[in-house]
Design a protein around this ligand. Structure first.
Ligand code: PAF
Length: 284
């Protein structure tokens, strides 16, 4: 297939396009991705079209958010297939920067968002949010969007980015897009392709665990009462549990009991060699 999308890999070229758009009073939405696009990403692009007149999708596998021994080398990369998917739904520009456009020789800065990035994924992947915050800051400065859209599947990431944007007075609105799921409940993720056939059948248990726990919490049962039975079932099924927690939906402060304020139930596990994370809102 010949791809006709406007794809840019140099910051200088992006600047030129962006200035023309600004000159014509266009608004810009950015959907940052690491490629390996699936329906979850495409739903964010569709959302972007409803909130701005120009849509940029960035594709950059950010080495700084992978720790030693993680899957940087095998992370799925197929730019042509990604461009094909984007061409089908339509975007105005794909920014797929060369690595030196984001991290030029001598790059030494790490953006560190404290508090909200500690605990949950930040505890088991201590390098992760520093890497995310650094690359997202660069992408926001390069693309200068009015709106930037991130999936709620990485819920802690979304809150870290909101904090970053607030703290640095970055002139952009951060929007979350809802999680997209397979028909059996498994949240879409670029990493799902690592799942063996058998693990793929087991993986939807995560969403079921979230749903049944939420039902109990809404009846007034405490997290510590409900969680132990659920985690036992998950462990028996082959999951290695990283965390399974009820948190305040805005601050991520730990909670044991649902008391009416917006809360989020978050889980992270490994199944086989695949790290799976998921979450749902708890609202009465
Ligand atoms: O969620 C992702 O795909 C990445 O963490 C992001 C936000 C594109 C930064 O590399």
């Amino acid at each position: 297939m010949s791809i006709k999308l406007n794809t840019i890999s140099k910051f200088a070229d992006l600047k030129t396009t962006r200035s023309t758009w600004r000159h014509n009073n266009q608004t810009i939405a950015l959907v940052p991705t690491m490629g390996a696009l699936h329906e979850g990403h495409l739903s964010l692009v569709k959302l972007a079209h409803t909130v701005a007149s120009k849509v940029i999708v960035s594709i950059f596998v950010n080495p700084k958010q992978f720790g030693q021994g993680e899957d940087l080398d095998e992370y799925p990369r197929d730019l042509n297939s990604d461009l094909g998917k984007l061409e089908e739904i339509g975007v105005d520009l794909v920014y797929a920067p060369d690595a030196d456009q984001i991290y030029p020789h001598g790059f030494s800065t790490v953006i560190s968002v404290t508090g909200i990035s500690e605990g949950l994924c930040g505890a088991s992947r201590p390098h992760f949010f520093g890497g995310v915050a650094t690359v997202v800051t660069k992408l926001l400065l390069h693309c200068t969007p009015d709106i930037a859209i991130f999936g709620e599947k990485d819920y802690q990431q979304l809150l870290v980015i909101r904090r970053l944007v607030t703290d640095l007075d970055l002139p952009v609105d951060v929007m979350g897009g809802p999680i997209v799921r397979e028909s059996d409940g498994l949240a879409l993720s670029s990493r799902n392709i690592y799942l063996s056939k058998q693990d793929r059948q087991t993986a939807p248990m995560l969403h079921k665990a979230l749903m049944s726990t939420r039902a109990q919490l809404l009846k007034g049962v405490s997290m510590h009462q409900v969680a132990s039975q659920t985690t036992d079932q998950l462990i028996k099924a082959g999951f290695k549990l990283d965390y399974f927690e009820l948190r305040d939906a805005n601050t991520l402060a730990p909670m044991d009991q649902y008391g009416g304020q917006p809360a989020r139930l978050l889980i992270a596990t490994t199944l086989g060699r695949t790290r799976l994370i998921d979450n749902i809102a708890v609202i009465g």
